[in-house]
Design a protein around this ligand. Structure first.
Ligand SMILES: NC(=O)c1ccc[n+]([C@@H]2O[C@H](COP(=O)([O-])OP(=O)(O)OC[C@H]3O[C@@H](n4cnc5c(N)ncnc54)[C@H](O)[C@@H]3O)[C@@H](O)[C@H]2O)c1
Ligand SMILES: [Zn+2]
Ligand SMILES: [Zn+2]
Length: 378
């Protein structure tokens, strides 16, 4: 049972990372009431994105102890002063970036890179303090989300209200990975009907890119993954062709893509693994003169060599966060598409665990027959 003291602080369970490469410990922590412009949320479920794995390893900052997790679905338990448009009982998903609608970037609507609510790597809330602690010791947040806790505090701009009709785990998948891939195709590349696309990596993000490509009526959707199981999962979302790089007998992936596209390469490629060596492969796989590559993968190296001559051949590279999806202007549209079954996110769910089994969830992700793990928060 979760206890709320006289000051409104809640004692509840959360998965804590104390140091890299060590199992998480599920322990009781204290979660303060929401401060100005914040909401406190009872998490109903959460899911794991690859970015959680690299955050646990200390990328880009080694912040411990920490509660990670940034995909999830929950219900607002209380609201802080000055919160508008959200109330107790609303069902929400967290967003890793906000949308103030007033800064130069929000005003143009061309990008989701809000100046006021950028991706927050500090592990702190916007006032540079934390809302979580254990025995008096502060606990760092992740992107001010920290969904692997029964209760969490979020800035109200970094929250998207969703229709209660949505399935909890569908909503959770939409809060990062799937939307990132879908958005990369929809908002960043803005592909034309009939385009050919190559998607490197068919995990949560890659499958979202496949669904985005099908939704925009791509002609050919080629997926590249070392794991054959991902082929069938991605086919459910619209994949038309599959390449296993381990079965190319020394040929490069880009050569294989050209072979499949009359020697030309694809119109668009999407890097969704975060594997450094695949960045140039994704660039190389596109058409000379017009190819566009969107990087979504989080490569941990700060500097990455790019084959300059591929750019001289008239190609374009773009990077993005959340696939260019604006949390308030675009994400609700994806939620509506999901409720209307324009894509069925049941096709992503392979495993469910309880919060107490969180380490098992991370182990499952290393298994070949795993695409997405949902953590039930009880
Ligand atoms: N830009 C953003 O806003 C954003 C958002 C979410 C995730 N990410 C990043 O996107 C990447 C993918 O995240 P995810 O949750 O889909 O990860 P995931 O682990 O679910 O999927 C990665 C897929 O890539 C495949 N893969 C790995 N190495 C490969 C190789 N050498 N060749 C071919 N396939 C290979 C794996 O088999 C797996 O299917 C990660 O780097 C993550 O940190 C970025
Ligand atoms: Zn803004
Ligand atoms: Zn993510």
């Amino acid at each position: 049972m979760n206890l709320k003291d006289q000051k409104g602080t809640i004692t509840c369970k959360a998965a804590i990372c104390w140091e890299p490469d060590k199992p998480l410990t599920v322990e009781e922590i204290q979660v303060e009431p929401p401060s100005v412009s914040e909401v406190r949320v009872k998490m109903l479920c959460a899911s794991i994105c690859h970015s959680d794995i690299i955050a646990l390893q200390g990328f880009p900052l080694a912040l411990y102890p920490r509660v990670v997790g940034h995909e999830g679905f929950g219900v607002i338990e209380s609201v802080g002063e000055g919160v508008e448009g959200l109330k107790e009982g609303d069902t929400i998903i967290p967003a890793v970036i906000g949308e103030c609608k007033e800064c130069p970037n929000c005003k143009t609507g061309k990008t989701n890179m809000c100046y006021k609510f950028p991706l927050n790597f500090t592990g702190l809330m916007l006032d540079q303090t934390t809302r979580m602690s254990i025995k008096g010791q502060k606990i760092y947040h992740m992107f001010t989300c920290s969904t692997f806790s029964e209760y969490t505090v979020l800035n109200s701009n970094l929250v998207v209200k969703v229709n209660q009709a949505i399935d909890p785990w569908h909503a959770s998948f939409l809060s990062c990975g799937f939307s990132t891939g879908f958005g990369a195709v929809w908002k960043e590349a803005k592909i034309e009907q009939g385009s050919s696309v190559a998607i490197f990596g068919l995990g949560g993000v890659g499958v979202g890119a496949v669904a985005g490509a099908r939704s925009l009526k791509a002609g050919r959707i080629i997926g590249i993954d070392l794991n054959e199981y991902k082929k069938s999962k991605a086919e459910f979302f619209g994949l038309t062709d599959f390449i296993n790089p381990n079965k190319l007998n020394g040929k490069s992936i880009a050569d294989k893509v050209r072979e499949m596209t009359d020697g030309l390469g694809v119109d668009y490629s999407f890097e969704c693994t975060g594997v450094e060596s695949l960045l140039n492969e994704a660039l190389d796989a596109t058409k000379t003169g017009s190819g566009v590559t969107v990087f979504t993968g989080a490569v941990v190296q700060k500097h990455v060599p790019i084959l300059y001559w591929t750019l001289m051949a008239g190609k374009t590279i773009k990077g993005c966060l959340m696939g260019g999806v604006r949390p308030h202007s675009d994400l609700p549209q994806l939620c509506t598409k999901c409720i209307n079954k324009e894509f069925d996110l049941d096709g992503m769910l392979t495993h469910q665990v309880d919060l107490n089994e969180i380490n098992h969830a991370f182990e499952l992700l290393k298994q070949p027959e795993c695409l997405k793990v949902v953590v039930n928060m009880g």
